[in-house]
Ligand binder design. Structure first.
Ligand SMILES: O=C(O)C(=O)C[C@]1(C(=O)O)C=C[C@@H](O)C=C1
Length: 398
């Protein structure tokens, strides 16, 4: 019997089976087999460990400027002492990892180490603690550093926002999912309650400017509009709170979590300021190895694929799920960065250029279910590239 076993579509992205297991592409994944008696396609988990070199990288939190207190009044001196205390407590917070400067101990292995983007108090840290209450949450400068921290074995997992019920998709993370060969092993849905915060004693009316992550500013558009302040996007919600506190900015507020207000000594002026009270952000948990799907609890599978151009092609691709009564929970399309434009050769439209897309789909079924295996086997016949990003338990805790 002929046996075909391959990493679906990997060659299209310039990654061949031979590359897998190399430092660039440590190989774990789902491979497609066409071997069983009924000639049904099956998907198997494989894992080939590649050796990874750990580079040095380290970067501290933004240095907090010291201010001369010689000309200050007693009150100012008191404030300065308080600020010094606060600054000392900031420096005891974990340091952020960045791509350019990576160095961190890989931990003693007794705790799950989970990378997230931002600084302590970020919603991503809250999500990490929801997923693993006893974990050591490791702050990173950006999403890419969080991916790399997992690849370099500095942490066990990364947790990253993928979509918000108000703000929509986090496109950067869709793109990074494909560029890095990590596996989705879980999801967390977090109710995001935004707080408006400022230095102790500052009133709402004194604020001219509010800082936060752009997603958070989008989620609070109406409330902030009523306040009539200038909105400024920064790297993370908690980073905004830290900035206001460490620079003693009396005219500037921050939108962040209540945990951030507590960590950076700010007063909460208003709670739940998001435009929709049901503000939920969905986070993905990524790891080096996929998990083995079990039956008996609801699982989700995430895939990415590409299609040829033509009428009804996407309809046909989606029909493979509808035919098997498989519910789709998310569809996202992103430009194919390695081939953003496709030149058409047919006689009617010769020379025309179409945008070329990657389609990301989440569906409610586990890879251990024959209906999911058959659906992907069927999709494989239509798709020019197909990759399973992960199969993981659904978060049904909301
Ligand atoms: O800045 C933070 O606190 C984050 O964790 C990031 C982030 C995001 O990127 O969407 C996470 C949840 C909220 O929706 C706002 C911001």
């Amino acid at each position: 019997m002929a046996v075909s076993n391959w990493v679906v579509g990997a060659p299209q992205l310039g990654v061949s089976r031979g590359d897998l297991g190399s430092p660039k592409y440590p190989a774990f994944g789902f491979s497609y087999k066409n071997t069983n008696a009924e000639n049904f396609p099956t998907w198997e988990c494989f894992s080939v460990l590649g050796s990874l070199s750990v580079q040095n990288f380290q970067r501290g939190l933004t240095a907090i400027e010291e201010e001369s207190s010689s000309s200050m009044s007693d009150i100012c001196q008191e404030e300065s002492v308080k600020r010094e205390e606060l600054q000392k407590s900031f420096t005891s917070l974990p340091r952020a990892l960045s791509i350019s400067n990576l160095s961190a101990s890989a931990g003693d292995g007794s705790k799950e180490r989970v990378a997230y983007k931002g600084v302590p108090g970020a919603f991503s840290e809250v999500a990490a603690l929801k997923a693993y209450p006893k974990c050591e949450a490791v702050p990173c400068d950006d999403f890419e550093a969080a991916f790399k921290a997992v690849e370099l074995w500095l942490v066990n997992k990364a947790i990253l926002p993928i979509e918000s019920s108000i703000g929509g998709s986090v496109h950067r993370n869709y793109d990074l999912l494909l560029r890095h060969r990590l596996h989705i092993v879980g999801e967390i849905q977090l109710v995001v309650n935004h707080c408006l915060m400022a230095l102790p004693g500052v009133r709402k009316e004194e604020l001219h400017r509010v800082l936060s992550h752009p997603q958070a500013l989008t989620q609070c558009e109406i409330s902030l509009g009523k306040l009539g302040v200038v909105k400024e996007g920064v790297d993370s919600t908690a980073g905004a709170a830290q900035f206001v506190a460490s620079n003693s900015l009396r005219d500037t507020g921050a939108v962040a979590s209540s945990r951030a207000a507590q960590l950076y000594g700010l007063d909460i002026l208003a709670e739940k300021i998001q435009d929709d009270s049901d503000n939920v952000t969905r986070f993905l948990i990524l790891a080096r190895e996929p998990i083995f799907p079990i039956t008996g609890r609801p699982f989700k599978t995430s895939i990415v694929f590409t299609l040829e151009e033509g009428p009804g092609i996407l309809f046909k691709a989606l029909a493979v799920f509808a035919m098997r009564d498989i519910n789709l929970t998310k569809i996202e399309s992103r430009p194919q960065r390695n081939r953003p434009l496709r030149v058409v050769n047919d006689s009617k439209n010769a020379g025309a250029k179409y945008f070329d897309y990657l389609f990301y789909i989440d569906f409610e079924a586990s890879m251990s279910e024959p209906r999911a295996q058959h659906a992907l086997g069927h999709l494989q016949e239509i798709a020019t590239f197909l990759q399973v990003l992960g199969c993981y338990p659904m978060d049904v805790s909301l």
